[in-house]
Design a protein around this ligand. Structure first.
Ligand SMILES: C[S@@+](CC[C@H](N)C(=O)[O-])C[C@H]1O[C@@H](n2cnc3c(N)ncnc32)[C@H](O)[C@@H]1O
Length: 229
């Protein structure tokens, strides 16, 4: 696998290097996404497409238990390494698996997260249905993306990485088609320091109090979408 293919399915030594870099480079957008999640100490969470495992680690600081799943063995291995102590304590578990057929019983999780990964999911609408299957009734699905749709730069990435940069409208529609409820989109414009919240056909814009330095927020809109089963 080459550099670009590795973004959607990290393999080998280069994949491991890229995953370590993503653990660092995705920190600003991931922490912003996590601001929209209210984790309780009783929560059982699943992070799909967990990559290098940093978000598992972050969420496991509060949750009862966090599971990670990824179809790349390189991602599974690094997630296990990064969360070694939490795995020994029984608070983290990382499994190899595809979002198309998650290795969990129905109604298992309070929260399912997907950071920087839905771009690569096959048959995304069906995949959202599979996420819903493993969520408990009332559980939350959170999707984090470092772009809202594809501008010039992302269109280039789409071709090179075999990915799709969905818009908030696309993602909300896929969720609606799966009968998720209370679907909300949070869109962050780092240049003007504003966050727009879209919910039930209404839109409000608030000042953005997020001050992590990031390169990407100068030219793309960050997006977090949440929905309830
Ligand atoms: C760009 S990386 C993001 C990793 C991590 N979530 C982050 O924010 O740094 C995408 C990850 O999603 C995983 N992935 C892509 N498609 C997947 C699928 N169908 N099932 C499970 N994992 C998938 C890839 O293997 C990779 O580890």
């Amino acid at each position: 696998m080459g550099f670009f293919e590795n973004m959607g399915n990290p393999q080998g030594k280069l994949g491991n290097i890229q995953l370590k870099s993503m653990n660092k480079e995705h920190t600003p957008v991931s922490l912003w996404g996590l601001k929209h999640l209210d984790i309780s100490p009783d929560d059982i969470i699943l992070d799909v497409g967990c990559g290098g495992g940093m978000n598992i680690n972050r969420m496991a600081q509060t949750a009862k238990k966090v599971y990670g799943v990824d179809y790349s063995i390189e991602s599974v291995n690094l997630s296990r390494e990064v969360n070694e102590d939490l795995i020994v304590q029984g608070r983290v578990e990382v499994l190899e698996g595809n979002v198309q057929s998650l290795p969990f019983e129905d109604n298992t999780f309070d929260i399912v997260t997907a950071f920087e990964t839905v771009y690569f999911w096959p048959d995304i609408e069906k995949s959202f249905g599979e996420v819903k299957r493993v969520l408990k009734p009332g559980g939350m699905f959170l999707i984090g993306c470092e772009t809202n749709g594809a501008g010039f730069f992302m269109r280039l990435c789409e071709g090179l990485m075999n990915m799709t940069a969905y818009t908030d409208v696309d993602l909300c529609q896929f969720l609606e088609n799966n009968d998720y409820k209370y679907i909300k989109a949070y869109l962050r414009d780092g240049k003007s320091k504003k966050e727009t919240i879209k919910y039930e056909g209404k839109e409000i814009t608030i000042d953005d109090d997020y001050d992590h330095f990031s390169f990407s927020d100068r030219f793309v809109q960050w997006m977090t979408v949440t929905a309830i089963k």
